[in-house]
Write a protein that binds this ligand. Structure first.
Ligand code: MOS
Length: 730
């Protein structure tokens, strides 16, 4: 089924089940420990345990690797190194690929710290770990480049973030009545999901099954097949429950490849969870950025020049951190210059993390808007309203936004938050030893849609089963897909069973880039549409007249029970949703506004967030309970990126020093204040038949800037070097 025109009325619009609040249907399984995560499956045969040894240098060559002591250690079954690793598919980049060969132990060359250099398999985890520490590796070390700031001259325009230049930026900026020219730095950050990367691999003859923690099942299926040089049809991937992805589980790493390779050699199942201290340097992270924002406006605040330059680094072949992207769409202004430059660094691979681009790009552009508002003497909410635009500012009115409620979000939020009662100038309000500040920022996250499919089966008895490769990374996929199917077939949510995360089911969008809910729901919609047509035909009703309600299909007052149509065998249908050229016709993004109140200790500069409000316009909200949780999670991550998250680079040795959750700080309960979310009424006809849009990452994108702006309002100190730690304020 192809979705290529704005939606007309469809069954989802009934909103009997969709849009209704419902807690997660798999919640009881999770809290009672019955939902198996990748590492927890029990196979008929006892597993063996894998342990990954990471390189102790960032760049160089292994000149010798002595595994004799490890091989002789108790319980050890196999030690894999580049010297005995079975043949693998090749890759021309050291960066792990989403759905292509990503070889491990492929040769003696070391491209980043904690790159896997050996894999020990033993009867127990403890035996594997003990043996791994008996391996002696000798390296010939090559000097590396670990400092982004030293590479700015070498940066090249990356393939994934082309320059966009409209009008004459330099001239307009030079002529503008009021300007800001500001540089921001954001650090390397780690996705740090609670569940580590983990895999259980086992072979039956030529058939491989992997239970692995992943966001997009068909990607890892293809990627593993390419890496192991086996046909894709021989690989089954199961990722039914995932304990957080945050982007790092869009890729597959040493746990998956080495478990699968070793299991084949041994003829026994191998299970491996990456030990926490390895994850930070062995897998992916968000690369640091340096960003320069230049804005020029007239005295009233109308933008005439919008400039955003980002410098970013990665291993060769890696993506950029596209921190400029939102600036192409966020505000009006006739002269625009938006550029990314990427240089080569020898740090671990940079890749997607929680709103790639916007999460850190919004820190810069929304901080600069706050500084411009101050210079102009304009309310920062007003400045944003003044420069709102209903079409793509680069392409003009011929490419309108499919929906854009930035202005409504700002106005609604300002009212609900009490923006009018804010301190107007820095250090204006103090309560005891705490300085109080308010901050605002826009929210923006591009809306992506991906093809997605599902099978739905009307079971004997009249209940419905939904099967799709879609994953649930803690987001609520099980619940919303059940709601969509229930709505389409006129059933209750309790009558629907949802099965996810198995490559035996139809390929799905998977979870990533906030595309999951809308795209995977559209796939379930397509499958349900096919089933409805079959059932209406069986009942003898023209499809146009058929109404599915209360477990029956109706034509006027006449009806047939679905259980009757299901018969003894059941009836199933498979469908998938693809998209036409909507992306060319419409600019698509979610919009919103973040309001934050902080207190900063006048003596110690300790920063606490008192309250945070996000107002969100993201199309139809499929389930307000799970959607709200998505936003609260995003806001929490945004507060983390503003105030604490930072990988510390050792600039001599080329590694992230704080590689555990004790030293890589993310917000905990005590850091998180009174938070609230308001959803705007919105239907996006051009996004999908659900009329929904991406949601999860909208919560992150902008909230950190609102925190920074509030810290300024409290203290009078502008910190443009994230995270804002107290030493930068004192
Ligand atoms: Mo997201 S960082 O695309 O999982």
């Amino acid at each position: 089924m192809k979705f290529d025109q704005p939606a007309t009325t469809n069954p989802i619009d009934q909103e009997r089940v969709v849009t209704r609040p419902h807690t997660r249907i798999e919640g009881p399984l999770k809290v009672t420990g019955q939902a198996p995560y990748a590492y927890e499956y029990r196979l008929p045969e006892a597993p063996t345990y894998g342990f990954v040894l990471g390189a102790g240098v960032a760049r160089g060559r292994i000149t010798a690797i002595d595994t004799a002591a490890a091989e002789a250690a108790p319980g050890v079954l196999l030690v894999l190194t580049h010297e005995n690793m079975p043949a693998q598919g090749a890759s021309d980049t050291p960066v792990p690929q989403q759905e292509d060969a990503s070889p491990q132990l492929a040769g003696p060359e070391i491209r980043h710290y904690h790159q896997a250099v050996a894999f020990v398999v033993a009867e127990t985890f403890e035996q594997a770990r003990a043996a791994a520490h008996l391996i002696r590796v000798t390296y010939d070390v090559t000097p590396g480049q670990f400092t982004l700031a030293d590479t700015l001259e070498e940066g090249k325009e990356p393939d994934d973030a082309a320059d966009s230049v409209v009008g004459d930026f330099e001239e307009a900026f030079g002529a503008a009545a009021v300007t800001v020219d500001l540089t921001y730095t954001t650090p390397d950050q780690s996705q740090a999901p609670m569940e580590p990367h983990a895999t259980i691999a086992h072979w039956e003859g030529e058939e491989l099954t992997v239970h692995t923690a992943h966001q997009v099942v068909h990607w890892v299926k293809r990627g593993l097949a390419m890496t192991l040089k086996v046909p894709q049809k021989n690989v089954r991937v199961i990722s039914a429950y995932v304990g957080g992805g945050f982007g790092t589980k869009l890729l597959f790493f040493s746990d998956a490849v080495l478990s699968a390779a070793a299991a084949r050699v041994l003829g026994r199942p191998v299970k491996t969870a990456l030990q926490r201290p390895l994850i930070f340097n062995n897998t992916s992270h968000r690369a640091a950025t340096i960003q320069r924002v230049r804005l020029g406006a007239d005295h009233a605040g109308n933008l005439s020049a919008v400039g955003h330059d980002t410098w970013t680094g990665n291993l060769p072949g890696g993506d950029s951190e596209p921190a400029c992207e939102q600036t192409k769409y966020l505000y009006a202004g006739p002269n625009r210059q938006i550029r990314t430059r990427q240089s080569e660094l020898d740090l671990p691979p940079g890749a997607s993390m929680r709103a790639p681009g916007e999460a850190v790009g919004m820190l810069a552009i929304e901080g600069a808007m706050d500084e411009l508002a101050e210079k102009l003497g304009v309310d920062p909410v007003e400045l944003r309203l003044m420069n709102d635009v209903q079409f793509d500012p680069e392409k003009g009115p011929k490419r309108p936004f499919s929906s854009r409620k930035l202005a409504q979000a700002l106005r609604t939020g300002a009212r609900a938050f009490g923006w009018d009662g804010r301190p107007r100038t820095p250090r204006e309000r103090q309560e005891g030893e705490w300085l109080i500040g308010y901050g605002v920022a826009s929210a923006f996250r591009t809306n992506l849609v991906k093809p997605s499919g599902a099978t739905v089966r009307l079971e004997p008895g009249g209940t419905l089963t939904v099967e799709t490769q879609m994953t649930d990374i803690g987001t609520g996929s099980y619940t919303i897909l059940g709601q969509v199917a229930a709505e389409m077939l006129g059933l209750t949510l309790e009558q629907v069973q949802v099965r996810l995360g198995d490559s035996e089911y139809p390929a799905s969008s998977g979870s990533g880039g906030s595309w999951g809910a809308n795209s995977a729901s559209a796939g379930v919609y397509a499958a349900c549409d096919a089933l409805r047509r079959d059932l209406a035909k069986q009942a003898g009703y023209p499809y146009a007249d058929a109404v599915f309600r209360s477990g029956k299909v109706w034509q006027g007052a006449e009806c047939t029970e679905l259980s009757e149509l299901a018969g003894k065998e059941g009836v199933s249908a498979t469908g998938s949703m693809t998209y036409g050229d909507l992306d060319e016709q419409f600019a698509q993004a979610g919009f919103g506004a973040h309001f934050v109140e902080v207190r900063v200790n006048a003596h110690t500069a300790e920063i606490r967030v008192n309250r945070a409000l996000s107002v969100v316009g993201a199309g139809r909200i499929l389930n307000p309970v799970t959607a709200r949780s998505q936003c609260l999670g995003g806001m929490t991550m945004g507060i983390g990126s503003a105030l604490m998250e930072e990988l510390h680079v050792d600039h001599d040795l080329g590694l992230f020093v704080n590689h555990d959750l004790g030293e890589y700080h993310v917000p905990v309960h005590a850091d998180i204040p009174d938070m609230d979310v308001i959803f705007l009424d919105e239907l996006d006809d051009a996004s999908s038949p659900l009329r929904a849009k991406g949601l999860g990452e909208l919560g992150i994108s902008g909230v950190g800037a609102a925190v920074a702006n509030a810290v300024y309002n409290a203290t009078g100190v502008r910190v443009r070097d994230f995270p804002i730690t107290l030493d930068k304020i004192l």
